[in-house]
Design a protein around this ligand. Sequence first.
Ligand SMILES: [Zn+2]
Length: 269
Amino acid sequence: MQRKTFAGLALAVSLSACGVSQQQEVQMGQSYAQQINAQLPIVQDAELNRYINVLGDSIAKLTSRGDLDWHFYIVDSPEVNAFAIPGGFIYINRGLIERSDRLDELAGAIGHEIGHVVKRHSVKQMEQQQKANIGVTLACVLTSICQSQAAQAAINVGAGAVFASFSRQDEAEADQEGIKNVVRAGISPEGFPSLFQKLLDERKTAPDAVSSWFATHPTEESRIAATQATINTYDPALLRTLTTDSQAFHDFKNRVMALPPSPPQQPAQ
Ligand SMILES: [Zn+2]
């Protein structure tokens, strides 16, 4: 239940002029994660959590930030979205998993979020903003619990300072980084354009389910073309060796789909 006001999530962060150290980043991430996990419905199924963490680690541990203690959580929301907070905490909505038809589509979304952390996009925003009202907007971003007018106002207030709104440049960089991340892990990058196309198609038929994705991950044909162009720079012989799908992924997805219906989302106060 979302009884607490989301304003209570806000953390005052004072940052020194010299920037955010990795230790500070991890401490902030742990603190935000604790609050998010208390507020959002996180799937507790041990087998599902094991799979998502093994998959996530297989991608994250090979990046330049493999030393971080990465954590991957499934949010029990039917909406399509995923999110990263500093320090290596990645949230993937149930709706995104249920929309993925192949391992490489889910891996692409995870690889993209890992890319934000590797490139320290949130930290750079914070260094620029020197303040953050992050928890509020994170909860709003991952679900539609904040689609009341009051909540929208709060989002707008915080919008300059939050992780919710990566710039298009950051988004493009996270795609590029994400492609490298999955290829390094032996997974096909074809899941990027494939998932994006699926979400674009779904926006035409059922826009509500994907609206939070489009609010935070601007996706147009150009994004598909950009990822495809990057994929085309790889040796086709290499690409053919990469994994596109696995039975373990489908066992995982089936188990997600068999979970009880997601809890109803309550409007923010
Ligand atoms: Zn992104």
